[in-house]
Design a protein around this ligand. Sequence first.
Ligand SMILES: [Zn+2]
Length: 205
Amino acid sequence: MKDGLKRGLLLSGGMDSLALAWWIKPDLGITLDYGQLAAEAEISASKVICKRLGIDHHIISIDCRSVGSGDMAGGQADTHAPATDWWPYRNQMLVTLGAMKAISLGVNTLYLGTVKSDCVHRDGSQEFIDAISKLMAIQEGEMTVEAPAINLSTLELVRVSGVPRDMLAWAHSCHKSTVACGNCRGCNKYFEVWNELEHGVDQTE
Ligand SMILES: [Zn+2]
């Protein structure tokens, strides 16, 4: 049964996904609680943007922490980790779990909030997006995966999206906790972007 062509966005509640949601205005948002330490805060932030956009927000809870690693799981980084926030096969997991729900909602395009700096992880590369999109498309439902902001920095995405500052302020970027730890790659990026928005040459208005 197919009911139209819907566009779903995987929302992590971070600046990138909030700005992307504002930019592309998807038909629905999906947030995963996969056992990451910041899940609760990521869900709250995602809820806010969906409410503001007037779209449905779906939450999936599946505890994968026992097979996670690094900052987000509260453990040591794996020996393969390119950065301490690496979680093995994270985007592959998120796409799969998200798509398992999305297919039942009539979604045929699934968006990821990947940005340029995410390429420190191989699953944040264009090569990965192309590969997983192909993998999804050969299966029932023929869903495709897109990352519209993959060539933009977070700052560029925030500017191009026109997301209001009061909305962006809800973003949760910390990898380690539901309260910003101030000392992880997520927090550092969050403060950097705010700093640039406030003191840089702002072209949004
Ligand atoms: Zn942090």
